[in-house]
Design a protein around this ligand. Structure first.
Ligand SMILES: [Zn+2]
Length: 417
């Protein structure tokens, strides 16, 4: 007999899935109703063919997303509710004697299976979907070496973090929540420093920005914003995909700016300055630190709650499981936490969108004009075939950035000096 709690959790999970499906349907219905309408900011810039293409791309992406989420939901239900977790847990505990050793085998085995299950979807997305819309520039060889590299790096990091966390749990049964939190925060900070130096170069080739005039202008404009730019680089993103982007890295006062070579190809200098001025806004307005601080506060609360629940040991009982290892219980807890966190999605989306509005305003104030950023946004959303007609509820729930048409409309209304 399934205990009542297990039914309740399963019911909540199904409710979350139903909510996600409903939002998806709403969004697609909105698209099929309005998809043929040209949004005013794009008039004269975009032809009907491109408009249709954005609709097709949104639909195609949504379709594979649906298949993938149905598949992963089934696997998850089978794993958590169908007895697979208990079986896997006892199999792992027979393989090693120590607490840390068992935990390591548990998480590494699970990651390996997860990566393997994702392979068909990753192949389809890269070589069928992205290929069909002419975004893909990757080759099977690049895809495969990327997979091996990220699996090795991911496994190494995961093993280090797991071993660290489990050792702390073992050493300090009453206060591990605090030590684990400190440890995870340090790992996050360390990765922010090390990833651009150690990990990113394994995948991409960085070099100084070839357009020297632009590099000088970028440093000058960022200097006006009070940001000291050490290096302006370009990266060979075009080896994998035509999607474009630009980003800042570096903690502290000295920053590095990275521009995708695809972005350099698509935009003129004014537009690139507009995009970077927006990014500079995120730093100057403290968004990066605020987000990091918020994340760490949530992590602290999470560690404490995890300690509370795991020390009581009642979690396996909720799922009708007699005996489960510590790591097995962490997996259950993660699942319950993701259910509890789902209703908070709109809050985090809203906070993120608020930062985007502020960064747009900052960019206009810094550069003294709004047109280049507007044009850059139009180009970005054309090149990436973004959905120009999201349903308002859908955008409200999920969108970390305001819909592009709304951003352009608001930019046009900003008085430039
Ligand atoms: Zn932004």
């Amino acid at each position: 007999m399934m205990p009542a709690m297990k039914w309740l959790i399963l019911f909540l999970y199904l409710a979350v899935i139903a909510m996600r499906l409903w939002l998806r349907r709403l969004n697609l219905a909105h698209l099929s109703k309005h998809g043929h309408e040209m949004p005013p900011p794009f008039e004269g810039f975009v032809d009907q063919e491109l408009l249709e293409k954005t609709t097709d791309y949104t639909l195609a992406k949504s379709r594979i997303g649906l298949i993938e989420s149905i598949f992963s939901s089934l696997v998850l239900v089978l794993f958590l509710f169908g007895g697979l977790l208990e079986w896997y847990d006892s199999w792992v505990s027979a393989l090693a004697d120590s607490f840390v050793g068992q935990g390591l085998i548990f998480v590494l085995g699970l990651t390996l299976v997860q990566t393997a299950l994702d392979i068909p979807f990753s192949l389809y997305r890269t070589f069928v979907l992205e290929e069909r819309f002419r975004f893909n520039t990757s080759t099977p060889q690049i895809w495969f070496t990327d997979l091996v590299k990220s699996l090795l790096i991911g496994a190494l990091l995961l093993a280090l973090v797991t071993a660290g966390v489990l050792s702390l749990v073992q050493v300090s049964p009453d206060f591990w929540w605090l030590w684990v939190w400190v440890f995870l925060a340090l790992v996050t900070l360390l990765l922010m420093y090390l990833s651009p130096v150690l990990i990113e170069p394994l995948f991409f080739k960085f070099q100084p920005l070839q357009k020297e005039e632009l590099a000088k202008r970028v440093k000058y404009v960022m200097g006006q914003a009070g940001l000291q730019i050490e290096r302006v680089q370009q990266v060979d993103a075009s080896r994998r995909s035509k999607h474009s982007n630009a980003y800042f890295t570096g903690i502290g006062r000295v920053k590095r700016i990275v521009l995708f070579d695809t972005l350099l190809e698509q935009m003129d200098d004014d537009e690139i300055i507009g995009v970077l001025a927006h990014e500079a806004g995120h730093w100057k307005l403290g968004h990066i630190w605020k987000r990091l601080l918020g994340m760490e506060l949530v992590s602290l609360a999470g560690c404490w709650l995890a300690w509370l629940v795991l020390t009581r040991g009642s979690l396996p009982g909720w799922f009708g499981i007699d005996h489960l290892s510590f790591v097995g219980q962490v997996i259950l807890l993660g699942f319950v936490a993701s259910l509890a966190g789902f209703p908070l999605t709109p809050l985090s989306s809203w906070l993120s969108r608020r930062h985007e509005w502020q960064a747009d305003r900052f960019a206009v104030e810094l550069t003294g004009e709004s047109r280049p950023l507007s044009k850059a946004l139009v180009k970005l959303s054309c090149e990436n075939l973004s959905n120009w007609h999201p349903h308002p509820h859908y955008a409200w729930f999920y969108y970390s950035h305001p819909p592009v048409t709304a951003r352009i409309a608001r930019l046009a209304g900003m008085v430039s000096t």
